[in-house]
Ligand binder design. Structure first.
Ligand code: PLP
Length: 431
């Protein structure tokens, strides 16, 4: 562990990557980096936020970064894994997670996927009454160790990004608690199925203020208590509070922090901490976002209609959400010279474009930065979550390599390949 702060580590990793030719203006024009010391630090702060004697499973949301070596790092740091498809499940198993540390959520689980999960003993959160009926048939024949929960929609409303909000009145996720008749129907469902032992809620991702998330979790906890009171036995023994803690993309500060979130939960949902429940969490973005960055060379620059534009190798293929929904997903961009040193020249407004063949392929518009030149490097911080697991194959652009980095006390950086660059289509021999 190095003792350097996050921004200092980013700079050291970048310069070492240039020296070690992981970034090269001909051979490696774009690459992703994961600060593995940062990942470890973040997981430590997450685990530390929940007091020790409480039984807690922190299941990392695999969709946020599904590279198998990253999942392995998280497993070794003490996390479990949340998956939402057969593909993510395959990656979690390959990364070595024990089945009892995997949680399977998805609104569209097939019969085969459910059967596999039950066969392996993976926890399942049921998303609908229809899925529950399917499970009835399977449960009758399978003897499974899987813990089964119901995902409830606490219907507390949307955050600032509609597409990321999952607890609206009409969300596609979970069983809405407040719809006419549902509460009674759910209470009967728990009464008739002693194997339903968990309650799950995930209020949404990025854009949901912690207050909204806390209200959603509090309603799920109240519902768990209601089930147990109603049945006169402690049937619900686990509460899965989902993920969704927002990340501050404006600077190197961490945002609300796991500690603050847990303080709010203690205040508004004290029963969660009574010791009667195993707590399951499913954080994704808040674990990984700030521990990764993209670096890309500036291939050309031009001035168009009076505005300087830098054409880089990072665009919609690696920053899809940012390019298509720039208001919801703004990212910082840093200007560096070819050696990876921060540029200090006077800042001017410029567009930072990607390589894709459409006009809107811009990482940033009218951004004030030291003027970029051919051969410079741009760094896009805070891209450790989602950006490396959701490549967009536009223009058959390759998936960039992703390198993990560790820094020793003397500042020496060692890299480990987490994902090789992968062409969308292999080039013919001799190309
Ligand atoms: C996406 C998702 C998460 C993770 O959300 P983050 O905002 O990345 O923390 C957790 N649980 C479920 C069910 C999800 O869909």
């Amino acid at each position: 562990m190095s003792g350097f702060d996050r921004a200092e580590r980013r700079g050291r990793i970048l310069r070492a990557a240039v020296q070690q030719e992981l970034l090269d203006p001909e051979a490696a024009v774009l690459a992703g980096f994961i600060d593995l010391d940062g990942v470890h630090e973040t997981v430590t702060s997450l685990r530390g936020a929940f007091p020790d004697p409480l039984p807690v499973l922190h299941a990392f949301a695999a969709k946020a970064n599904c590279l198998v070596p990253v999942l392995e790092e998280l497993r070794v740091s003490g996390m479990g894994c949340e998956v939402a498809s057969a593909g993510e499940l395959a990656r979690a198993l390959e990364a070595g997670f024990a089945p009892e540390r995997i949680v399977f959520d998805s609104p569209a689980k097939t019969r085969a996927e459910l059967a596999r999960a039950l066969g392996l003993g993976i926890a399942v959160n049921v998303d609908s009454f229809q899925e529950l009926a399917r499970l009835d048939g399977m449960w009758a024949t399978a003897r499974s160790d899987s813990r089964i929960g119901v995902r409830v929609n606490p219907q507390v409303g949307a955050g600032s990004i509609t597409a990321m909000s999952t607890a609206t009145a009409t969300s596609k996720f979970g069983i809405p608690l407040e719809d006419e008749g549902n509460r009674e129907r759910l209470l009967r469902a728990y009464r008739d199925r002693p194997w339903l032992t968990r309650v799950h809620a995930h209020v949404g991702s990025q854009g949901c203020p912690p207050g909204l998330m806390v209200r959603g979790v509090a309603r799920a906890v109240e519902f768990a208590e209601e089930v147990n009171d109603h049945l006169g036995r402690r049937q619900v023994t686990g509460i899965d509070i989902g993920g969704g803690l927002p990340v501050d993309f404006t600077g190197d500060q961490t945002g609300p922090g796991f500690d603050t979130y847990v303080d709010h939960l203690r205040e508004h949902a004290p029963a969660l901490f009574s010791g009667a429940y195993e707590i399951i969490t499913e954080f994704g973005r808040s674990v990984m976002a700030k521990n990764g960055f993209i670096a890309a060379y500036v291939e050309y620059t031009k001035t168009v209609g009076g505005r300087p534009i830098a054409i880089t190798h990072a665009g919609a293929q690696v920053a899809t959400r940012t390019v298509f929904a720039p208001e919801a997903w703004p990212l910082r961009v840093e200007a560096h010279d070819a050696d990876g040193r921060p540029k200090r020249s006077r800042a001017v407004a410029q567009d930072i474009a990607g390589p894709c063949c459409f006009g809107g392929d811009l990482l940033a518009r009218d951004r004030t930065l030291p003027l970029l030149h051919e051969g410079d490097l741009v760094v896009v911080p805070d891209t450790g979550a989602y950006y490396f697991s959701t490549h967009f194959h536009y223009n058959s652009l390759p998936e960039p390599a992703v390198h993990g980095a560790r820094i020793d006390a003397d500042g020496r950086v060692t890299f480990r390949l987490l994902r090789p660059a992968r062409a969308a289509h292999p080039f013919p021999a001799g190309y």
